[in-house]
Design a protein around this ligand. Structure first.
Ligand code: ARG
Length: 457
C-alpha cells in the first residue's frame, strides 16, 4: 500500500478494510472540478501574496489543468487508498510536476478545502435546480393557457366540491414552485460565502488574502469565523430542506396525475414515453414516473434527517462525521434535478381529456353551493339556505335526478320567490365565472393570474 500523504507520524499503515472504510473517493469524486477550481484560486493567491513564486504557481496551475485534460481523456483513475478527491488530485499533481506540487497545500487544510468545494458545488447545483424549476413553470403556464376554458370538479376531502377551471387547479403548482424557486435563490446568499483560508480550524500564519480568493471564486464574502467556516453544514441542510419541499410539491402533483390517469378518473392520458407496461397484465399502462417521484420525495426527506442527526451532536470544529455530508446530499440533488426534468416532460406530453372533464360537473352535485348562494340572495340566512339545499340534494339523490332536473314548482314549493333563473345559476360555467374575486376561479381572474405568473418568468 502507498504511504498516505499524511503518513509522517505513523509506523503502521491501515488495513485494507480500515482504508476502505475511511475513504470517500467513491462519493466525493464528483467534486473534481470544484476541487481544482478552488486549488487554482488558492495557488493564484499564494503567488500574489509572495508565499510561492510565480514560477511555482505556474507549474502548479498548468499541472492542474493537465489533470483536467487527462481526466477528460479518460486517463485518470482515482485510488481508494488515497482516501478522497483532495488527496487524489494532490498526488496526481505531484506525480505530474514533481515535489513543487507539494507547495499547493501551503496555508490550507483539507477542512477548508472540502468546505470550499462543497460551497462551489452547492452554488452550481442550486442554480441548476432553479433553472429546471423555471422550465417546469413554463410548461404549466402553457398548459393553463391551452386549456383555459376547461372546467373540472374541484375537490376537498377528495369529494367533489365546486366546479373550477382546470387552469386554476394546475396554476396552484406554479405558485408552489415559485416559492420553491424563491427559497433556493434566498439560500444562495448563505452559500455564497468563502471558507477558504480558514485552515484546519484556526486560520493560518501565512499572509494570505482571503478576500482575493473569495473574489476569484465569485463568493460575495468570507466567513467571519474560521471555526464556523469548517464546522457547519447548515447550508447543505438548507438546500436539502428546500429539496424536500420541492419534492413534496411534485409528489402531490404526481399523486393527482396518478389518480387522473386511472380508468376511474380519466382526466388525462400520459404519453407512452412516460409510462411502463406490466410483465403479466397486457392491458396495463402504469404511471411509473409519477410514482417514482412520489416515492423519492420520501427518500430525500430521509437524506435530510440523516444529515441533521449526524451533525447535531458534533463538538467544534471538524470531525470526520462530516464526511457523511455528501452521499445523501448528492442523492437529493440528483433526485431533485431528475425529478423536475422528468416531471416537466411528463406534463408537457400529457393529454388533457377536456370534453370528459368539462362534462363531469354537468352531472354531479358540485353546483349545490350555487343553490344555497341563490337562496341567500332571496333574503334567506345562509345557515337556513344550507339546510334547505341539503334537503333538495337528498331529494334529488332519492329520485335519481340532479338539481337541474328538479321542476320549478318543486323549487317554488320550498320558496315561492325562486324563479326560472335558478337553472342558469346551477350551470357549472356560470358558477365558475361568477367567482370573480381576485384569486378566484373565474376565467377573468384566472387569465389575470396567468398574466401575473408570466411576470415572474
Ligand atoms: N474527505 C474529507 C471530508 O469529506 C475531507 C476532509 C478531511 N479532513 C480531515 N481532517 N481528515 O470531510
Amino acid at each position: 500500500m502507498n504511504k498516505a500523504l499524511w503518513g509522517g507520524r505513523f509506523k503502521e499503515s491501515m488495513s485494507e478494510q480500515v482504508a476502505d472504510f475511511n475513504q470517500s473517493i467513491e462519493v466525493d469524486a464528483r467534486l473534481f472540478y470544484q476541487d481544482i477550481k478552488g486549488s487554482i484560486a488558492h495557488v493564484t493567491m499564494l503567488e500574489k501574496t509572495y508565499i510561492i513564486t510565480s514560477d511555482e504557481a505556474n507549474q502548479i496551475i498548468n499541472g492542474l489543468q493537465g489533470i483536467i485534460a487527462d481526466y477528460e481523456a479518460g486517463n485518470v483513475t482515482f485510488k481508494k487508498e488515497l482516501e478522497d478527491i483532495h488527496l487524489n488530485i494532490e498526488k496526481l499533481l505531484i506525480e505530474k510536476i514533481g515535489p513543487v506540487g507539494g507547495k499547493m497545500h501551503t496555508a490550507r487544510s483539507r477542512n477548508d478545502q472540502v468546505a470550499t468545494d462543497m460551497h462551489l458545488y452547492a452554488k452550481e447545483m442550486t442554480e441548476a435546480i432553479i433553472t429546471s424549476i423555471k422550465a417546469l413553470q413554463h410548461v404549466i403556464i402553457d398548459l393553463s393557457k391551452q386549456y383555459h376554458t376547461v372546467i373540472m370538479p374541484g375537490y376537498t376531502h377528495l369529494q367533489r366540491a365546486q366546479p373550477i377551471l382546470f387552469s386554476h387547479h394546475i396554476m396552484t403548482y406554479f405558485w408552489m414552485l415559485e416559492r420553491d424557486k424563491a427559497r433556493f435563490s434566498e439560500g444562495l446568499k448563505r452559500i455564497n460565502i468563502s471558507p477558504l483560508g480558514s485552515g484546519a480550524l484556526a486560520g493560518t500564519t501565512f499572509p494570505i488574502d482571503q478576500q482575493y480568493t473569495a473574489s476569484l471564486l465569485e463568493f460575495d464574502d468570507v466567513y467571519a469565523n474560521s471555526i464556523d467556516a469548517v464546522s457547519d453544514r447548515d447550508y447543505v441542510l438548507d438546500i436539502m430542506h428546500n429539496i424536500n419541499l420541492l419534492m413534496m410539491h411534485l409528489s402531490r402533483f404526481s399523486e393527482e396525475i396518478i389518480l387522473w390517469c386511472s380508468e376511474e378518473f380519466k382526466f388525462v392520458t400520459l404519453s407512452d414515453a412516460y409510462t411502463t407496461g406490466s410483465s403479466i397484465m397486457p392491458q396495463k399502462k402504469n404511471p411509473d414516473m409519477a410514482e417514482l417521484i412520489r416515492g423519492k420525495s420520501g427518500t430525500v426527506a430521509g437524506n435530510y434527517m440523516g444529515l441533521l442527526m449526524t451533525i447535531k451532536g458534533l463538538p467544534l470544529a471538524y470531525n470526520k462525521d462530516l464526511q457523511e455530508d455528501k452521499k445523501g446530499f448528492f442523492d437529493s440533488i440528483d433526485t431533485a434535478l431528475q425529478s423536475v426534468q422528468i416531471f416537466t416532460g411528463m406534463v408537457d406530453t400529457m393529454e388533457v381529456n377536456a370534453a370528459h372533464l368539462s362534462n363531469i360537473t354537468q352531472n354531479d352535485f358540485s353546483n349545490a353551493t350555487e343553490l344555497a348562494d341563490y337562496l341567500v340572495t332571496l333574503g334567506i340566512p345562509f345557515r337556513d339556505a344550507h339546510e334547505i339545499t341539503g334537503q333538495l340534494v337528498l331529494y334529488a339523490i332519492d329520485n335519481n335526478i340532479l338539481l337541474k332536473d328538479i321542476p320549478l314548482d318543486h323549487y317554488q314549493g320550498v320558496n315561492k320567490d325562486i324563479t326560472n333563473d335558478i337553472y342558469t345559476k346551477l350551470d357549472p360555467e356560470h358558477a365558475v365565472n361568477r367567482r370573480l374575486s381576485d384569486n378566484g376561479t373565474s376565467t377573468k381572474s384566472v387569465l389575470n393570474q396567468i398574466a401575473k405568473a408570466e411576470q415572474y418568468m
